[in-house]
Design a protein around this ligand. Structure first.
Ligand code: NDP
Length: 249
């Protein structure tokens, strides 16, 4: 029996990209899944696909905008009793919009990015962590970015948000040092997902230009690393992973 078989895994932003790929990898490993995102129809479709392919796993879908604190608060109560004990939380939901110089950046850009990438991640984490502390087991996996390790012009808000994610992961590591709960931060470079299209407000031609001259990572590349980290023996914590496509400077 694999180490992830029967584990309850909660993924935010499971409707596309890295989150969707991650859901597939965990399903393949026999984990039960709590799939959340705003686009509930997409996670429900995924849930149905997995139920047919892997009939032994349990799946629960929940429409969640991580910015809505009340919805985050209701999540635990909404979980079926056999899925309440979350073993792995993948804090993946995130986005970038409105890249611009800090002097030009809009209030909407600031609020959307910080509310999703930072405050949303904090809300979800503080909601799920007590379950892990009570059981003295669990694993929090935060999806950061290379933008949390470096900065670039016109990316001030997104970089600030991912630096904040890095700070949260490192703080959690310290705060949980006396517990068996693990904390992993994954920092991907360029991954070809809807992310780039969202970044350019739906302009696919602009989005495609980002990947010119290199072969971007895929959601599956990142998902395999996440599942690898989650499936290590209990005493092994992969704290930090930085993963670039070859040729990304
Ligand atoms: P996608 O756009 O494909 O996926 C983003 C996911 O986040 C979607 O499932 C979306 O679901 C969800 N999401 C966005 N806003 C919210 C919200 N308010 N509440 C709940 N869910 C939300 O992009 P990726 O898969 O690439 O992005 C996943 C993570 O990876 C993000 O944190 C991103 O910052 C990070 N990352 C991505 C990189 C890349 O190059 N692609 C590089 C480095 C890091 P829905 O719209 O249905 O709510």
């Amino acid at each position: 029996m694999g180490r992830l078989e029967g584990k309850n895994v909660l993924i935010t932003g499971a409707s596309s990209g890295i989150g969707e790929a991650c859901a597939k990898e965990f399903a393949k490993s026999g984990s039960n899944l709590i799939l959340t995102a705003r686009r509930i129809e997409l996670v429900e479709k995924l849930g149905k696909e997995f139920s047919q392919k892997y009939p032994s796993i349990k799946i629960f879908t929940y429409q969640l905008d991580v910015r809505e604190k009340a919805k985050v608060d209701q999540l635990v109560a909404a979980l079926p009793s056999d899925l309440k004990n979350i073993d792995v939380l993948v804090n993946n939901a995130g986005l970038v919009i409105g890249a611009d110089k800090i002097e030009n950046v809009t209030t909407e850009t600031i609020d959307t990015i910080i509310d999703t990438n930072v405050k949303g991640l904090l809300h979800v984490t503080r909601t799920i962590l007590p379950i892990m502390k009570e059981r003295q087991k669990g694993h929090i996996i935060n999806i950061g970015s290379v933008s949390g390790t470096q900065v670039y012009a016109n990316g001030g808000v997104y970089c600030a948000s991912k630096h904040a994610v890095d700070a949260i992961s490192r703080t959690l590591l310290l705060e949980l040092v006396d517990t068996p709960i693990r904390v992993t931060q994954i920092n991907p470079g360029m991954v070809e997902t809807e992310f780039s299209v969202v970044r350019f407000g739906g302009d696919k031609a602009k989005a495609d230009k980002v990947y010119e001259g290199l072969q971007p990572l895929t959601g599956e590349d990142i998902a395999e690393i996440i599942v690898f980290a989650a499936s290590r023996p209990d005493h092994v914590n992969i704290a930090d992973v930085l993963v670039y496509p070859v040729n990304q400077g």
